[in-house]
Design a binder for this molecule. Structure first.
Ligand code: SF4
Length: 467
């Protein structure tokens, strides 16, 4: 029995940020190669601190869904998962036993050698008539920033593709470092040029800055009277969104796992928590803002304020993914980065089988069942604010300077509309929803939204002090 965990960055502001990770998780789930596929995020829920608690099995492979190695894959993710490892990840990955689970942490998918095949696939999509004698390939990277070391992997892929001999020329250019892509015409001689962005997702760079820097007018742009005559540029989609990345993820997981391992068992604490939840749901359960109850051999979830409403007046969702997509926005269409904020939209119901109910509740309130059950049994460990602040690095390190009053001011604002009780700030929660209190949900550690807001508070105060 094996769990696969895909780790993305996520966002407190942009609901689309997680969509690529969700798409790969859906694809891998449909393939059925793993007993379970779970997503976790730096800036969304389940958070990196929570995600291991939400997996069913004791054999867990964790893959960072990043295009290159750097600050997140080497510092943030290992630290937040509790791997006890910092710095470059060796090719074989890092394996640790954490909370009774064997966790194998791999390199990011973007540095796997098979990404050269994905670049080639993107190039062929953009220009199916590639001929070795008159076609050049440009692999375009972002360039090394404070957080990433993306140039190394761009050079490695270019070298592999050069050796493959499919192109007359293979070039590497970057947005933010030399050689910059703006000067490409000085270096590229071939009449046909395929430009493949080595980026994780479609976004500001691939849709705006790259076309603007180069003067692209669409997927195909003709440049006349350049240093090497007329050249046609075929612009591909980014490599990170190609479906073949799913194959790279599977191979990475297999390489990390090794042939000899037998796989894991069901994790006892997780199993007990969900068994208790299903027992409650078999009667009727109020959990946070929803009502869960049995319905003709299936289960129904609906907003508790919609209790008694006719089914016909509600939008019916029938899959966990449907619930996931529905609860990401509130009634005004605003993004909900923290799922326990009291702004769940009304007007919908979900009808689901027992296994799908569990996955839907996981999407609705990530890690809430596991953490509440642990608290119910006095087994939930809390992390005080000071420890959370001490752990922060990079641009968040400054939250260590926040006074208790500043943290409390921000928490009153941010947490005031959250269902959870702040155990990390010494608030007391005597009974959870397992004991019949619908809003009885523990918060064991300040979430990343609160940390980000504390940073804003300090930055604002600092800026005001300079004015
Ligand atoms: Fe909710 Fe505050 Fe906990 Fe974040 S820190 S999950 S907003 S209670």
């Amino acid at each position: 029995m094996r769990s696969l965990v895909l780790i993305g960055h996520g966002s407190h502001l942009n609901p689309e940020s997680a969509s690529a990770v969700y798409a790969y998780a859906d694809l891998l789930r449909a393939q059925g190669l793993f007993d379970e596929v779970v997503e976790g995020y730096w800036k969304e829920e389940p958070s990196l601190r929570q995600v291991l608690r939400t997996v069913q099995y004791t054999d867990v492979t964790v893959i960072p869904m990043f295009i290159s190695e750097g600050y997140f894959t080497e510092t943030v993710i290992p630290r937040e998962l509790g791997l006890g490892h910092q710095g470059p990840v060796p090719p074989q990955g890092v394996a640790r036993v954490i909370g009774g689970r064997t966790v194998r942490y791999t390199l990011p998918y973007g540095v796997h050698p098979r990404m050269s095949e994905v670049i080639l696939a993107r190039a062929r999509e953009a220009y199916p008539d590639i001929r070795a004698e008159d076609t050049a390939l440009i692999v375009l990277g972002h360039g090394t920033t404070r957080n990433e070391n993306s140039n190394k992997v761009v050079y490695q892929n270019a070298e592999r593709l050069r050796q493959g001999g499919e192109f007359a020329e293979v070039h590497t250019f970057f947005l933010d470092e030399e050689p910059k892509v703006v000067g490409w015409q000085e270096h590229v001689k071939a009449r046909h040029v395929v430009l493949v962005p080595f980026f994780a997702s479609e976004g500001w760079h691939t849709l705006e800055t790259i076309p603007e820097d180069i003067g692209l007018t669409g997927p195909v742009t003709v440049f006349e009277d350049g240093p090497h005559g007329t050249q046609t540029v075929y612009y591909s989609k980014p490599v990170g969104t190609h479906p073949a990345v799913a194959e790279v993820i599977v191979q990475l997981a297999e390489e990390a796992h090794g042939a000899s391992s037998q796989g894991g068992d069901i994790e006892r604490g997780h199993h007990d928590a969900w068994s208790a939840l299903m027992q409650l749901a078999s009667d009727s359960l109020r959990l946070g803002e929803v009502l869960v109850r049995p319905a003709d051999g299936l289960y129904e979830i609906r907003h508790a304020l919609d209790e008694g409403k006719a089914n016909e007046g509600l939008k019916t969702v029938v899959t966990p993914e449907g619930v996931r997509d529905h609860v990401r926005l509130d009634e005004r269409g605003e993004y909900r980065p923290v799922h326990t904020l009291r702004n769940l939209a009304r007007g919908w119901r979900a009808v689901l089988s027992a296994p799908d109910l569990q996955r839907a509740l996981h999407y609705l309130y990530p890690a809430v069942v596991e953490e509440s059950y642990a608290h119910h049994h006095h087994a939930l460990r809390c992390t005080p604010w000071a420890a959370t602040a001490r752990r922060q690095t990079g641009i968040y390190a400054k939250v260590q300077k926040a006074t208790p009053q500043q943290v409390e001011t921000v928490a009153r604002d941010v947490c005031g509309s959250c269902l959870k009780t702040r155990l990390w700030a010494d608030q007391v929660l005597n009974r959870t929803f397992f004991a019949g209190v619908p809003g009885g949900i523990p918060c064991a550690e300040a979430c990343t939204l609160l940390v980000a807001e504390v940073r804003e508070e300090i930055s604002g105060k600092a800026a005001a002090a300079h004015d």
